[in-house]
Design a protein. Structure first.
Length: 115
């Protein structure tokens, strides 16, 4: 299944730190004004639900953390593309092939697969 968000594992970790059930977290988010149920929380934690950026401040507020703490670490010595590819792979062992477009002006671009 395709990964829909990268904050799910951190949401699960923070919820566990507070010793809350998914239902309890949903109630806390509702009290802050976010329309979400236990199923929505479960889908976010399972990374099967796309989380809108406008919803992230609710999670940060409920957990008492900065927004950045909802995201996994991004090593500064590695390209963002590589980190995102790893995070979005969801247990797949083979990374997707890199696609590079080479322009041989004035002709059209040629698609080259690198793997």
């Amino acid at each position: 299944m395709k990964v829909q968000n990268i904050v799910g594992p951190q949401v699960r970790r923070l919820r566990s730190k507070w010793d809350w059930s998914q239902a309890k977290l949903a109630v806390q988010l509702q009290l802050k004004g976010l329309d979400i149920g236990r199923e929505g929380v479960a889908q976010i934690e399972g990374q099967t639900h796309c989380v809108k950026d406008k919803d992230l401040p609710y999670f940060a507020s409920v957990f008492g953390v900065q927004l950045v703490e909802l995201f996994p670490p991004f090593p500064s010595d590695k390209p963002v593309y590589d980190t995102m590819t790893r995070l979005l792979r969801n247990g797949e062992t083979e990374p997707p092939p890199k696609v590079v477009m080479i322009s041989l002006q004035p002709g059209p671009a040629i698609l080259v697969h690198k793997g």
